[in-house]
Every structure is written in structure tokens, then in C-alpha cells.
Design a binder for this molecule. Sequence first.
Ligand SMILES: [Zn+2]
Length: 186
Amino acid sequence: MLTPFTIEHGWLSPATQCLSPHFNQRPNNEVSLLVIHNISLPAGCFGLPYIDQLFLGQLDCSADPSFTELQGLEVSSHFLIRRDGEIVQYVSCDARAWHAGVSEYQGRSNCNDFAIGIELEGTDDIAYTDEQYQQLAALTACLLLTYPSIGVENIVGHSDIAPERKTDPGLSFNWQRYKQSLTEYF
Ligand SMILES: [Zn+2]
């Protein structure tokens, strides 16, 4: 099966672009790790505009009591896959997005330097949608073709590279289903 996606100059097509100012240059242009996350704002609420606003640095922190802890936070991700499967891209894959924070992979710290981040709209304990799994597989296939240094073995969860701080994508993420779905592309 061919992935329906292409990436040119770090930008996915087709995808919704929502340009975040929260990025900088990768120190050595390396892209060799894929990190799967989850996010929902407020937690457990889906389909709202707050994730876009957070990544754009435009979140109104008075919109929900839980947002006060997000005040001044400068974060982003390369991609978000919404519950209906829509893919939003905030940062070019060739640039360094700010999703992993303090992190370590195979003895290397600062995973943002060499990682691509995909956020699934969701929580650690609510099952992801079929549309999300389908889009995640097709997007991953495209990323693996475009950035061969990633390799299937270099796909991890945020909780794998920041185990003291992070639990996402959580027990709700079916790694076996995801990895199995990738074999349809290769
Ligand atoms: Zn995360």
C-alpha cells in the first residue's frame, strides 16, 4: 500500500497548516527519532481550538481553570492528529519543534534536536479512534520514507524518553496495532 502523503521541504501534503512560532533550527539537521504524544485541552475534551492556540502562543489562560499552569509555556509539535483524523502541521519537519522537553534516548539528551513529534488528540485512558490509527500509520510511513534514519525501531512514546515526567501516549495507545499497521506499507 502506498502512503497518501508526501513531504516536501519538511511540509506534509495534504495537511492543515497552522504555523507555530515555537521552533528553532536543528543543531545538525538530523532527523532520527519519532515521538508519539497525546494532548487534550482541557484534559479529556476534544474538538476545541485550544491546542492550536497553545502551540501558536495564543492561548487565553483564563478560558479554563486548568490553563493557568500553561501560562507562558512555549511548546509546539510537528503534527497533531485530531479525533476525526485531521492532521495539523505546526512546524516543518526540518526544523526543531518543542515537544519532548527534558528527555533522553539511547544515552542522548535533548531529543527535540533530532526528533519529530506527533500529538494524538486524546488522553492516557480513552481509546484513540480508528481514524487516528489510520492517519498515524500513513503519516509514519511517509516520515520513514522521507527520513530513513528514523527506522521503525526508533519510534517511541514520550513516556519512553521522559519516564519520570511523562506518561503519554498512555495505556490507551495500542502499540501492537500501530506497529502492525505499518507493515501494510513496507
Ligand atoms: Zn508528550
